[in-house]
Design a binder for this molecule. Structure first.
Ligand SMILES: *[C@@H]1O[C@H](CO)[C@@H](O)[C@H](O)[C@H]1NC(C)=O
Ligand SMILES: *[C@@H]1O[C@H](CO)[C@@H](O)[C@H](O)[C@H]1NC(C)=O
Ligand SMILES: *[C@@H]1O[C@H](CO)[C@@H](O)[C@H](O)[C@H]1NC(C)=O
Ligand SMILES: *[C@@H]1O[C@H](CO)[C@@H](O)[C@H](O)[C@H]1NC(C)=O
Length: 254
């Protein structure tokens, strides 16, 4: 990708990154999806995609561009994630949101460490190879967008799968600076000022890799896909993140 124009831009330079005093608490489980926001979905659930995945699919299957959206720990049924998928499809993409967890979503009754052993994003990136291969065989150029767990999944894909041309990760979980060294395609990273999973000080460690990054002020982990729909600031921030992701995909896939 040497010829591509990458750039790094920390849109918000934070004076003091005094983010997380609540060290042990994982924000990955904060603000779970509100299922009463379900409705008006443009897509459908299909059961037998290559790789054996059930998935929410939306947009024109005939499109020559495909986006795979990788969910957070709450899985592919989250209403706001499906709305995001519908919006991406309106930009001309065939969008696939796989159920990577076979319905076994994380909730506060489960142990995060044990759940992650059952649902490793690293393994999922390997398991998804047939899905990406099938999309490529259909002549589609492919991008991946990931949230939290799906951010780690996306980075693993970008390290190991040449079928994927571009990724965008929002408030990723457990992505490291070492991961960044092995990413082989353009990556956009959208972080939150108060995200304790990927705090600004970790975002800064990604800085030597050429990519685009932005830290949104005043928001925590989950801001891009689990926002409070009655809070105008949260809605506006999530929309900005969505628009940046779509612009990023447009830049490298169209
Ligand atoms: C869930 O969404 C409904 C419908 O918009 C709303 O009335 C309710 O307050 C929401 N619940 C939470 C916990 O945000
Ligand atoms: C979660 O599981 C891990 C591994 O089995 C264990 O070490 C840890 O204590 C558990 N955490 C809680 C809060 O139960
Ligand atoms: C959502 O935002 C509204 C408006 O700012 C606020 O009153 C409400 O408490 C928030 N809900 C949650 C669950 O944080
Ligand atoms: C999704 O697209 C619709 C129609 O263009 C728009 O009204 C809505 O605000 C968008 N949603 C988000 C979260 O940007």
């Amino acid at each position: 990708m040497a010829s591509a124009q990458f750039f790094f831009c920390l849109a918000v330079l934070l004076a003091g990154t005094a983010a997380s005093a609540q060290a042990k608490h994982s924000q990955c489980l904060d603000n779970p999806p509100n299922m009463s926001l379900r409705g008006g979905e443009a897509g459908v659930v299909v059961n037998d995609l290559p790789g054996g995945f059930r998935a929410y699919v939306t947009g024109a299957a005939s499109s020559s561009h495909a986006i795979v959206l990788a969910s957070d720990v709450f899985g592919f049924e989250a209403p706001l994630l499906r709305k995001i998928a519908d919006n991406v499809s309106e930009a001309g993409y065939f969008v696939v949101v796989p159920d990577f967890f076979n319905g076994d979503y994380l909730d506060s009754s489960k142990n995060l460490t044990e759940w992650l052993m059952l649902h490793s994003p690293v393994k999922a990136a390997q398991d998804a190879k047939p899905l990406f291969a099938a999309l490529k065989k259909e002549g589609k150029s492919i991008g991946v967008g990931g949230y939290c767990w799906g951010g780690k999944f996306s980075v693993e894909v970008a390290k190991t799968n040449d079928d994927v041309k571009v990724i965008c990760i929002s408030h990723p979980y457990s992505v490291t600076a070492d991961d960044m060294k092995d990413v082989k395609c353009p990556i956009e990273i959208l972080g939150g000022q108060y995200d304790s999973s990927t705090p600004p000080k970790l975002m800064y460690q990604f800085v030597h890799i050429p990519y685009y990054a932005k830290i949104f002020p005043g928001v925590a982990h989950g801001f891009a896909c689990r926002y409070n729909t009655t809070d105008p600031f949260a809605v506006k921030t999530a929309k900005q993140a969505l628009d940046l992701m779509i612009d990023w995909f447009d830049k490298y896939l169209k």
